[in-house]
Design a protein around this ligand. Structure first.
Ligand code: TMP
Length: 203
């Protein structure tokens, strides 16, 4: 991979440990740690709509466009300036979450979402996507007892399609994706992430 600032994405299902690992990696690399949705002040307001369990009538395309709006703000306000200043960026979710959740999950056209989101991000796609793959059983045990948001309340079938969508995107673009088995304990999973990132980016 080119020397210079690297834009690293963490993706995966709820309960895969993404946020913990993204924070640890960003700390180690001295990178900007950020997230979608809700990484900016505008994004926090958008996220509030998206996660509100009282929002029961949000159209699928409106949902997709809200995530794209969050992302456009995020790129302009945080990601692009950091990269331009020579700083690595680690983001807890990116554009691929929309392809997985609104595309594979909700059934919107994935190519159309790719096009709309390419525009939203000014065509600055992540350099490397770390997909944390967690099995449904381990995921269920990690989510047990948590209060669930609007997405987490979706059916098992929805979450199965999201997981399959992530796997399909990773398989189709192995140059930009690395898949990590995230069923193990935090330190074991982080070691796998760290060595994969080193191998793929030199960082
Ligand atoms: P998290 O930020 O706590 O991981 O939760 C984000 C939730 O929002 C998760 O269920 C996935 C969902 N989501 C989408 O559906 N589309 C998106 O583009 C993003 C960024 C998140």
């Amino acid at each position: 991979m080119n020397p210079g600032p690297c834009y690293l994405a963490f993706e995966g299902a709820e309960g895969c440990g993404k946020s913990t690992h993204a924070a640890r990696l960003a700390d180690e690399l001295g990178a900007l740690l950020t997230r979608e949705t809700g990484g900016t002040r505008i994004g926090a307001r958008i996220r509030a709509i998206l996660h509100d369990t009282e929002v029961t009538d949000l159209a699928d395309r409106a949902e997709a466009l809200l995530t794209a709006a969050d992302r456009a703000q995020h790129l302009d306000e945080l990601v692009s300036p950091a990269l331009a200043a020579g700083r690595h960026v680690v983001s807890d979710r990116t554009v691929y979450s929309t392809l997985a959740y609104q595309g594979y999950g909700r059934g919107l056209d994935v190519d159309e979402l790719r096009r709309i989101n390419g525009w939203a991000i000014g065509h600055r796609w992540p350099d490397l996507v770390v997909l944390l793959d967690v099995s449904p059983d381990v995921q269920a045990s990690r989510m047990h007892g948590r209060e669930l948001d609007r997405f987490e309340r979706e059916s098992d079938e929805f979450h199965r399609r999201v997981r399959a969508g992530f796997a399909a995107m990773a398989a189709a673009d192995p140059d930009h994706w690395v898949v990590i088995d995230a069923d193990g304990d935090l330190d074991t999973v982080y070691r796998s992430i760290r060595s994969a990132v080193r191998e793929r980016t030199g960082l």
